[in-house]
Design a protein around this ligand. Sequence first.
Ligand code: FNR
Length: 188
Amino acid sequence: MSYKVGYFVGSLSSTSINRVLAKALIGVAPDELEFTEIPIRDLQLYSQDYDESYPPEAVALKHAIEESDAVLFVTPEYNRSIPGALKNAIDWASRPWGQNSFDHIPAAVIGASVGSIGTAVAQQSLRGVLSFCNARQMTAPEAYIQFDPEVFGEDGTVNKPETEEFLRNYMAEFRDHIQRVLTVLPRP
Ligand code: FNR
């Protein structure tokens, strides 16, 4: 059984370490997982004024999530929370009221920082948001990555066996989590 994973990179930076981490995660993921990025860059700032008629970028966002079996968030920490661009995307996807695209979707969060806290605080913040959005989050293992350019190659290679094994296990656990959730809550 294969699963479609839509992944979010919370950073808009052209040199994003979280985009590098996303590549590394895809590289070590089990064969059953197929990945498609869900872009957030071109979304306007959300307002309820759009609820009557969503712009095409927001329609595409909701469609991409609804087409996915699961979502993966790979995000930086900004000021001890998640970047505004990611929160904005989640706000779009959660609305209009009654049409929350995250309802019951299997989800996982991970992130990389230059600091030793490894996005732990941002991930807690994101977990609160996803909890309200009724996503089915993988709660363990957690993964707080302090980014080391010696370890992570731009092309997604991981040059440290312990780190590669850790990420491989994280993605295998995510596959198992998706399987478990979809057994009870099949996607519509
Ligand atoms: C940061 N950074 C940061 N790091 C951290 O560990 N905790 C934090 O709260 C913040 N806050 C923060 C705010 C803003 C506005 C910026 C631009 C940066 C540093 C951050 O970890 C670093 O810039 C990463 O490289 C960001 O990830 P991407 O964009 O490279 O994926």
